[in-house]
Design a protein around this ligand. Sequence first.
Ligand code: ZN
Length: 221
Amino acid sequence: MALHTVTLIGNPEPIPVGKIVCMGRNYVAHIEELNNLRPERPMFFIKPATALSPIDQPIRIPPYSSQARHELELAALIGKTLTCANAEDVYPAIDGYAVALDVTLQDVQEEVKKKGHPWEIAKGFDGSCPISPFVPASQVPRPQELMLRMRVNGELRHNDSTRLMIWKIPELVADASRYFTLEPGDIVLTGTPAGVGPLEPGDALEMEIEQVGIYHSTVVA
Ligand code: ZN
């Protein structure tokens, strides 16, 4: 089933999603592991709503890739319209937080980067954004102090705190709203910590963000 809506726990109706604004290179150690330069300003890209899938559904690697990578990220659900917002306007405009995966086709991304082409086919394909139900923001009082952990077949990959973000949630969401008006139902992915690694068919995944949830999934070809 295609999922163009997300669930906010306690909300009776599913929430239609507009767009998913993602942040690249927001944790220092992850920038180093990919040999990227630390950007002077936040770097954004967008996934379409068709990228969403429930986080407990198997992840399908598209046939045009043979090298997928996981990036575990804290997702924020926008509840109020933000345009050229100030950082102090951001927390009151966030309705909830979720566990998200930014599934990236590494081989495809390297190819398009080399050619100077856009990233969408490497990061915005169907199913490239597995996402959990959102926990109301009121139950996540300190989103900037949460541990993110990911295990693949029991092996610990990501294991870092949202404290390590270069741009904190208020700054990065405010900055994103300078380029893209954020509307209720939009989602912001806040970047991956270090520990990215391959996803292979048959892998068993455990994805956890403190206070937000722990979820399991698998990878299929
Ligand atoms: Zn990412």
